[in-house]
Design a protein around this ligand. Structure first.
Ligand code: EPZ
Length: 429
């Protein structure tokens, strides 16, 4: 397992382009299961989760081609399996997204229950409840979700999501596109990735309205056709790089981003004293001279502050001037980065889902361990502002969600490199 070495240095400066959004690309690729025609998706990020999704679709019989511009063409005309096996699902929870499309188009699906993960138990009861409401018989057997429509088409239903779930909304929305009748999803997730999926499904001939709001209406159709869709930019990658520039006292411009997708993050960065300018598809951040001001954060579903940016703001507050609280309301165990930051000198008190952070002038380097995707990015950023050489272990978490993070950070002047797993930290003299 490789490691990353980040050395504390000066301000990050320059411009970068963010990749396509992982959390949009995954459901978009999986929506190819809903049609026998070819679906072409461009602006796909080069991530491990994308490779896993291609492997999963391949195992179902979807024919995949990657064209010269790294767009993916998926052809599900000869799907010959409806089973998503445990050995794949356990590496990527988003595999659960094949449940709706397989059940809706083929009348049957066998999907391994995704285990929990580092950040929480991650139940899928809402996915199951939605499909049952549309007429699927669902039972759990040997760790698998077995869905069966008895050879009938799913039927439209009114479904109330008692918790706002991004993939829950996406799974039900995809299934509903081929159902007989109208499905209404109430208390739906409003994330931009849900809207991007709805836009693609409509381009494929679906009849979806209201995506982006809390009530989505899907009028079922007989079949969907192919389409050509570009993945939206990754708002979390963009937010991560903005925090890197802010805490290093730098100035960066991010291209090919949708500012309103991270309005809540931009708002908080302005509160820390950063100057932010934005255009249709770019954001420019200039950090203040001197230290950032601490900011209180409370994560919640979109359009509120995203849980995927929580770790990065715990880091920001760790080196800001003042004391701040961060409240994580979405996942029950998303503070693993705190223990690693404390080893670097951060002053953080954890009390349940609340972190109280007293900013210090500078963190110091230490060997740390990544535990989940966004926590690992926060540790890389911490290494860029800590005194000395920080070695981040278990960086496969990063490779799942950040496309070439060390190249992009190095492009902005960061001192960061990837080393083989056996590399040992030199004891500082
Ligand atoms: C999506 O996860 C994202 N993943 C996550 O990004 C993101 O953190 C999360 O939404 C919240 O924004 C993808 O889109 C692939 P949820 P998802 O269902 O859909 C509870 C990253 O870093 N819940 O919205 O799996 C659940 O326990 C990842 O890129 C149920 O109780 O999250 C949680 O408390 C991490 N029952 C809350 O809802 C269900 O059936 C939100 O989970 C489903 C969810």
């Amino acid at each position: 397992m490789d490691k990353l070495i980040a050395t504390g240095g000066g301000p990050l400066q320059g411009r970068i382009r963010v990749s396509g959004a992982k959390n949009a690309a995954l459901p978009l690729m999986i929506s190819s299961l809903l049609t026998e025609e070819t679906l072409r998706i461009s602006n796909i990020p080069h991530l491990h989760d994308i490779t896993t999704t291609m492997e999963l679709l391949g195992q179902l019989g979807v024919k995949l081609q990657v064209d010269e511009k790294l767009a993916i063409e998926a052809d599900a005309s000869e799907v010959d399996s409806v089973t998503a096996p445990y050995d794949l699902v356990k590496t990527m929870r988003a595999s659960i997204l094949v449940l709706g499309p397989l059940t809706s188009r083929f009348g049957r699906a066998e999907v391994s229950l995704p285990g929990g993960c580092a950040i929480g138990s991650r139940p899928v009861n809402l996915h199951i409840k939605g499909l049952e409401a549309m007429g699927a018989e669902i039972r759990i057997e040997n760790g698998y979700i077995i869905a069966d429509t008895g050879g009938k088409r799913l039927r439209g239903a009114r479904i109330f999501m008692d918790l706002i779930s991004v993939t829950g909304t996406e799974n039900i929305m995809m299934a509903a596109t081929l159902a007989d009748g109208v499905t209404t999803i109430e208390n739906a997730a409003r994330e931009p990735e849900v809207v991007d999926l709805a836009d693609c499904l409509n381009a494929m001939g679906a009849k979806i309205s209201g995506a982006g709001g809390d009530e989505i209406v899907i009028e079922g159709v007989e079949r969907l056709h192919g389409a050509d869709h570009r993945v939206i930019p990754d708002r979390i990658e963009a937010g991560t790089f903005l925090v890197a520039a802010a805490i290093s006292g730098g100035k960066i411009r991010i291209n090919d981003v949708v500012p309103r997708h991270i309005e809540s993050v931009l708002d908080k960065l302005r509160e820390t004293g950063c100057v932010i300018e934005e255009g249709d598809n770019w954001i420019e951040l200039t950090a203040p001279v001197g230290r950032l001001r601490s900011v209180n954060i409370r994560t919640a579903p979109y359009p509120a502050f995203p849980t995927d940016m929580q770790a990065q703001f715990v880091l920001l507050n760790s080196v800001a001037d003042g004391t701040a609280t961060v409240v994580e309301t979405v996942f029950e165990n998303r503070y693993m980065h705190v223990h690693e930051l404390q080893r670097m000198g951060a002053q953080i008190e954890l009390d349940g889902n609340t972190a109280v952070i007293r900013g210090v002038r500078q963190l110091h380097a230490a060997p740390v361990m990544a535990t989940d995707l966004r926590a690992s990015a926060c540790l890389v950023l911490a290494g860029l502002v800590a005194r000395g050489e920080t070695i981040i272990d278990r960086i496969y978490h990063i490779d799942r969600g950040y496309d070439c993070i060390e190249e992009k950070l190095a492009q902005l002047g960061a001192s960061i490199r990837r080393v083989p797993g056996h590399y040992l930290e030199r004891r500082s003299a």
